[in-house]
Design a protein around this ligand. Structure first.
Ligand SMILES: Nc1ncnc2c1ncn2[C@@H]1O[C@H](COP(=O)(O)OP(=O)(O)OP(=O)(O)O)[C@@H](O)[C@H]1O
Ligand SMILES: [Mg+2]
Length: 385
């Protein structure tokens, strides 16, 4: 791990944490990275970062919210309301100094939880880090110290502390940190509790040189927690069927309202600590993706792997020809597994396996490739000419 000039010299302590006021300086591996902006050309030095007070509202670096929404929706399919809700929450904490957002996104694998955030962070050009909750332990002895999420964020924007203060921290697999029938991570709840301080907003004082201190504020960081929460529906269904108000929630609309109104209760029953849930202000439930959604992803998402193959073949002078029904066939085949849009890649990679081999064997020979609908089950069903 590249320890920079800064990380070797600095001494960091959390001024509110008297027991452990010198925090381990191990700046952990960053999963994500971003391109430096002009003003981020700091080369690991903190000088310019200190001089600049970063205020998204004044700097007005943030694009129009509608533009961001449209951009994300070009990639993310079938989650329109969810995308809008997430962007609104992110903007809320970035623009309004006195409002903060801690977001919880619940959704099955391959529904777009991580990808939505990546797209938002990309267009906003804000620093972010994606952390896996399972690697953290309370003390930080066996796993990593929860404070490390902040170091990783700072790392990702080349130590521009002022910018990191308005960044996004994503903590994935938060559902693996609860005590429930399924998971029994005894230390898990403790990890969540130890995150509370930084979620709520705390100052971490960075000692830069002999006398120079920087009070790093976590209160404007947007925290986003992700999890599949398998089995949460059962808790909710049980609640909806034994309605405390004594009336039967047969009415679909009424049921829909109750669904979200008491969701926090359900999450607490699932095993999330109350203090933790109390600090979440936006809960987003991703939709399960239908066959139609998957077909639309293939056809029109900017992330479509099918479109990528098509574009690469076109670069080689080969036009792809297929019946539009092919997208539905691929979607149907991919739906058999419970990994949402993730499975699309496997199916599409399988389809193009022989084609790519043949094309690369004779790079200049072909101009046209016709895909048979049966190629989904048998990847020899194509015609290159
Ligand atoms: N709603 C969607 N629209 C378009 N593409 C999607 C969507 N959801 C997922 N994908 C595709 O599937 C890939 C995996 O999605 P993502 O990483 O967001 O899954 P996730 O919801 O975080 O699941 P997991 O819980 O397994 O991490 C994305 O990179 C994207 O290509
Ligand atoms: Mg994910």
């Amino acid at each position: 791990m590249a320890n920079t000039h800064f990380s070797q010299k600095r001494q960091i302590y959390n001024e509110e944490d008297t027991e452990n006021n010198v925090v381990n300086q191990n700046v952990g591996g960053a999963k994500t990275n971003k391109k430096p902006k002009e003003e981020r050309k700091l080369g690991g030095s903190l000088g310019p970062a200190l001089g600049k007070s970063f205020s998204p509202q004044e700097d007005s670096n943030l694009p129009d919210i509608k533009k961001v929404e449209n951009y994300v929706l070009q990639s993310i399919i079938g989650q329109d309301d969810q995308v809008k809700k997430i962007i609104t929450a992110v903007y809320k904490s970035m623009i309004f100094n006195t409002l903060k957002s801690n977001i919880l996104i619940i959704g099955k694998s391959g529904t777009g939880k991580t990808e939505t955030i990546k797209q938002i962070a990309k267009i906003l050009n804000v620093p972010y880090t994606i952390e896996d909750a399972t690697k953290y332990t309370k003390e930080g002895y066996v796993g990593s110290d929860p404070m490390e999420v902040i170091y990783n964020l700072i790392n990702n924007c080349r130590y521009n502390l002022a910018e990191a203060e308005h960044g996004i921290v994503v903590i994935d697999e938060i559902d693996k940190k609860v005590n429930s029938g399924v998971n029994n991570d005894v230390s898990g709840v403790e990890v969540l509790k130890s995150l509370l301080k930084i979620i709520e907003g705390t100052k971490i004082t960075f000692q830069l040189h002999h006398n120079l201190l920087y009070d790093f504020e976590t209160k404007n960081i947007t925290f986003i927690f992700l999890g599949a929460f398998a089995g949460l529906e059962k808790i909710r269904d049980k609640r909806l069927n034994t309605n405390p108000l004594g009336f039967s929630a047969d009415d679909a609309e009424e049921k829909e309202k109750l669904k979200s109104r008491y969701l926090k209760k359900d999450l607490i029953e699932y095993g999330l600590p109350e203090e933790f849930i109390g600090r979440i202000d936006t809960i987003v439930e991703m939709n399960e993706l239908s066959k139609e959604n998957l077909a639309l992803i293939l056809k029109s998402s900017r992330l479509s792997i099918f479109r990528r193959y098509q574009a690469e073949l076109r670069k080689l002078g080969i036009t792809l020809s297929y019946n539009k029904e092919l997208f539905e066939k691929i979607a149907e085949e991919s739906l058999n597994l419970d990994t949402g849009a993730r499975e699309l890649s496997n199916t599409v990679n399988y389809i193009f396996e022989n084609i790519i081999y043949e094309v690369l064997s004779n790079p200049t020979k072909y101009q046209k490739c016709i895909l048979d609908l049966d190629i989904v089950k048998d990847n020899t069903k194509y015609e290159l000419s």
